[in-house]
Ligand binder design. Structure first.
Ligand code: 5GP
Ligand code: MG
Length: 176
């Protein structure tokens, strides 16, 4: 029926490897660089990027996590700015270059909220954004610095990012 393969497993791996190289080129290495993944898919993608950055540079890269479910400003009315979801950034962001990581970028509301969460946690020098898939339909002036694949979608279509039992990304499908 209406399911097409956007990236197979090797395609996903190559896209992530390319993004890792782009992050290194932009930031001239990994010093002062940290990754913050957005739960849950973005955390898995952030871990993949960290593995590659570490392999290429021979230095470890910290990975934090934010859960912005209730930060989303379209959950109107109550508690929209309370960090109710678990945020786990067990290191200082002072003076760091933060790369936010998510699996799919859509309206941009999740990223806006994630930036709030990061700013609440510390004072980074800069925030960049890496996503595996940009499916369009932005409702805020937000763009990704690093994109695995741009996938024009209708609002009804859904991107499926498949993860295996070890939470490693395999293929990416477009579901009509
Ligand atoms: P936004 O806040 O930009 O509207 O939506 C982005 C967030 O919703 C991301 O955390 C992403 O995981 C999820 N999301 C939005 N659209 C899709 C989609 O088509 N597929 C998947 N897997 N996640 C999506
Ligand atoms: Mg998500």
């Amino acid at each position: 029926d209406g399911t097409t393969v956007i990236l197979d497993e090797n395609g996903t791996k190559r896209a992530l490897t390319r993004i890792a190289h782009e992050i290194l080129e932009r930031n001239k290495g990994v010093s002062d660089l940290v990754l913050v993944g957005i739960r849950t898919g973005g955390v898995h993608i952030a871990r993949e990027l960290a593995l590659r950055l570490e392999e290429i540079e021979g230095e470890s890269v910290a990975v934090g996590e934010v859960d912005i479910t209730l930060y989303r400003d379209d959950i109107k009315g109550h508690a929209s700015h309370l960090p109710v979801g678990k945020t786990d950034i067990p290191f200082s962001l002072e003076g760091k270059k933060v790369v936010l990581v998510d699996d799919v970028l859509y309206t941009g509301r999740t990223i806006r909220a994630a930036m709030d969460a990061v700013m609440d946690h510390g004072r980074p020098d800069s925030i960049q954004l890496a996503v595996l898939i940009d499916r369009g339909h932005r409702e805020l002036p937000i763009r990704a610095d690093f994109v695995g694949r741009n996938v024009p979608t209708s609002q009804k279509e859904i991107i499926q990012v498949q993860f295996n039992d070890e939470s490693r990304p395999v293929d990416v499908l477009l579901q009509k």
